[in-house]
Design a protein around this ligand. Structure first.
Ligand code: PLP
Length: 387
């Protein structure tokens, strides 16, 4: 079957709505002309709405990892101490980028499947009496495990410490609440291919004035990622280099969709997806990697039954039903599979995926009562709608 008819249930890239696909086909304009200036100003304001911020937001043509690198090279100088809070693959990546650019990185790691403990962060920062730690790196939604960190609590734990607070919200922003200004987050990075319902290729960086101040003293070299240069151009309604124009048209449309629903409506919808998928998977007798308290609303990590590898389940889902789910990364390869449910996903997509999963499990010889997972998810859906 063609890719057009797949159930693309990945934590990125995610399905793109038809109206966004049409917007992507808009003809090119001069990126140094008035049309692009208006487009750039409109989408920058729109992205700020999703971030819940009045801070500056810069858009780079890049994968999400580019925004993480931009966060490092603009704010962290070689030799500076950094506290990298990691609960999985993406937390480790943020730490590795800082290391590669010469920071002295201290990792505060937690077991995969758990969230970071805000008290541990508080203790570590309190012990840093001379304020040698210059930046704290934290993942909002850890995509490798389906765990969401309590960013508000971790930020509060760091309250009196002057280190810059930097958040990787690539897969969390737009799916779960993140309040850049209210929670005083200095640098928040995100990307287009997760909850923004766009193809990959745009990376976002929100920067507080405190962080911009710090960037002036930062000695790491940067050229493509230079935020000051990007902000100077933004003031003129331009970008320093050729922008990914098509994606800007798509972004204008996806922001229009988000605005029509309201960002808090979008967040509530993702919370419902979490409840539906978790209830469905539990009713099939499967284990979940994350506990309910820390479970992501963007994706669900399911532990494969003992003796039945996660990748066999994924292959059967794909071959038989065109349902595409993600595998586990690194140590979790073949141990878990990850059902993405962020961005342009609908309730019935989830029921279809749960139905397919039941049939695949039964076909692979598992004890599963057909309909049990679908029914549990339907119940959640009907309860949430107050019927
Ligand atoms: C997807 C993702 C990224 C960036 O991924 P790219 O492949 O570089 O776009 C970074 N952090 C998290 C938490 C992610 O989920």
């Amino acid at each position: 079957m063609s890719a057009e008819q797949q159930y693309l249930m990945l934590p990125g890239p995610t399905p793109v709505p038809a109206s966004v696909l049409r917007a992507l086909a808009t003809p090119m304009v001069n990126h140094r002309g008035p049309e692009f200036k208006a487009l750039l100003e409109e989408v920058t304001e729109g992205v700020k709405g999703v971030y819940k911020t009045r801070n500056q937001v810069v858009i780079f043509p890049a994968a999400g990892t580019g925004a993480m690198e931009a966060a490092v090279v603009n704010f962290i100088s070689p030799g500076e101490r950094v506290l990298a809070v990691s609960i999985g693959v993406f937390g480790d990546r943020f730490a590795s980028i800082a290391e590669r650019f010469g920071a002295r990185v201290e990792r505060l790691s937690f077991p995969w499947g758990q969230a970071a403990d805000a008290e541990a962060v508080r203790e570590r920062l309190q012990a840093d009496r001379r304020h040698e730690i210059r930046a704290i790196l934290v993942t909002h939604n850890e995509t490798s495990t389906g765990v969401v960190n309590d960013i508000r609590a971790i930020r509060a734990a760091a309250a009196d410490h002057p280190a810059l607070f930097m958040v990787d919200a690539v897969s969390g922003l737009g799916a779960m609440d993140l309040q850049t200004d209210a929670w005083q987050l200095d640098v928040v990075v995100s990307g287009s291919q997760k909850a923004f319902m766009l193809p990959p290729g745009l990376a976002f960086v929100a920067v507080s004035s405190r962080a911009m101040e710090a960037s002036r003293a930062c000695t790491n070299p940067r050229y493509y990622w230079d935020l000051q240069s990007a902000l100077n151009y933004l003031g003129k309604g331009q970008t320093p280099y050729t922008p990914a124009l098509s994606l800007y048209y798509g972004l204008r449309e996806s922001l229009r969709l988000i605005d029509a629903e309201g960002i808090d409506g979008v967040i509530a919808r993702h919370a419902r997806y979490r409840s539906m998928v978790r209830a469905g998977v539990k009713a099939m007798g499967l284990q979940l990697l994350a506990s309910d308290e820390v479970a992501s609303a963007a994706l669900t990590a399911v532990v494969a039954p003992p003796g039945l590898g996660a990748n066999r389940i994924r292959k059967a889902l794909r071959d038989r039903f065109d349902v595409v789910v993600a595998g586990g990364q690194q140590a979790l390869d073949d141990v878990i599979f990850r059902i993405g449910h962020l961005g342009y996903v609908r309730d019935l997509d989830l029921l279809a995926v749960l139905a397919a999963l039941e049939m695949v499990l039964a076909g692979l010889g598992q004890e599963v009562k057909l309909g049990a997972g679908v029914t549990a998810a339907q119940r959640v859906l009907m309860n949430e709608e107050g019927r």
